[in-house]
Structures are given as structure tokens and as C-alpha cells.
Design a protein around this ligand. Structure first.
Ligand SMILES: Cc1cc2nc3c(=O)[nH]c(=O)nc-3n(C[C@H](O)[C@H](O)[C@H](O)COP(=O)(O)O)c2cc1C
Length: 167
């Protein structure tokens, strides 16, 4: 059984992005899924203070900041798959999701992220393509040496199929 962590960067709790996430969850039924609705969480930006590099490796608290990222770090440690979900805001992922992603720097530098992950990108938009995000996503997962398990855009059926392929 796979452990899946979803980072939901949408502004709306019930909208197009949550519909994509719901479809993905249906497909991945039977997996252990932890979803973080980032909009209501207390998550600050990365300080680039270098504190994560100075802590003992594999720390349970890899970042010096004590905010809701601690919950995400705990889930990350055991997750097999991370789902990044976001609407397009001005041709990009939301600032909400990007802020949380920047904070993943701490467990990565601190070697506290656990096993290598598979990644999924779920996005919705009003019409723009996600070419720009796919570029970002490719660079990001290559740098991390994580495996792309699929991307879906404005297509709940595609999201469901990705979920089914992971289960
Ligand atoms: C601040 C903001 C910026 C947006 N920028 C874009 C954009 O650049 N391109 C686009 O196609 N849609 C854009 N949209 C539309 C959303 O991406 C689209 O409605 C999305 O499906 C909303 O997801 P949600 O229902 O989960 O909130 C924007 C919406 C907002 C609120």
C-alpha cells in the first residue's frame, strides 16, 4: 500500500482543483492518503538561513522555523508519492504551493525526506496551458531525482487514471 501526500495549493476549498484531487483519490483508493490544504495552514517562506544544513542529519525537525510545515515534514518522511496540486495563477503555480515547496529545501538538505518519491502534478486553469509549469516540474524532479508518475490538466479522468496506476 502506497503512502501518498497531497499538497493542495488551491485558493478555493471546493473548486476545480479539488475536483481533480477527488478524482485522483478515487483512483488511488486503498492507498494511505494525507492531504494538506495549504491555504489554511500557517506556512512561512524559506529564510535561506542555512539552519537546516547545520542541524544533525535526518532531524525530525529539519527547519528552524516552527510552523505548520512540521506536519508536512512528518508526512514527507514516510511518503512514497507527493502530489502537487494547484490552479494556474498568472501562468504559474499558486504562491501558496510555491511557499510550501520552497520549505521542502530543509528536509532535502538535512536528508530528512525519507525514501525517494514519485511525483504527480495536478493543475487546473481558465485556459492557459501548463507548458511553463511542466518546465519547472521537470527541472524540480530531475534535481531531486524523483520519478514523474504523471501530470494532468483540467482533466479529472486523467487524474483518476494516475491514481489507479499508483495504487
Ligand atoms: C489570481 C488568479 C489568477 C489566475 N490566473 C490564471 C492564468 O494565468 N491562466 C489561466 O488559465 N487561468 C487563471 N486563473 C483561473 C484559474 O486557474 C482557474 O479558474 C482554476 O480552475 C481555479 O481553480 P479552483 O477552482 O480550484 O480555485 C486565475 C485565477 C485567479 C484567482
Amino acid at each position: 500500500m502506497k503512502k501518498i501526500m497531497i499538497l493542495n495549493g488551491a485558493g478555493k476549498k471546493k473548486g476545480n482543483t479539488s475536483a481533480m484531487i477527488d478524482a485522483f483519490r478515487e483512483g488511488a483508493a486503498g492507498s494511505e492518503i494525507t492531504e494538506f490544504y495549504l491555504q489554511t495552514m500557517n506556512i512561512h517562506g524559506c529564510l535561506d538561513c542555512g539552519g537546516c544544513g547545520r542541524k544533525e542529519k535526518g532531524s525530525a525537525e529539519p527547519c528552524v522555523q516552527k510552523d505548520d510545515m512540521q506536519q508536512i515534514y512528518a508526512a514527507l518522511r514516510v511518503a512514497d508519492v507527493i502530489v502537487f496540486a494547484s490552479p494556474v495563477y498568472f501562468w504559474d503555480i499558486t504562491g501558496t504551493l510555491k511557499t510550501a515547496i520552497d520549505r521542502l529545501y530543509a528536509p532535502l538538505v538535512n536528508k530528512a525526506a525519507g525514501n525517494p518519491k514519485g511525483t504527480v502534478l495536478l493543475m487546473t486553469s481558465g485556459g492557459s496551458t501548463i507548458a511553463h509549469m511542466l518546465d519547472w516540474y521537470a527541472n524540480f524532479k530531475d534535481w531531486l531525482k524523483w520519478e514523474d508518475l504523471g501530470t494532468a490538466m483540467n482533466d479529472p479522468d486523467a487524474a483518476r487514471k494516475i491514481g489507479e496506476s499508483i495504487r
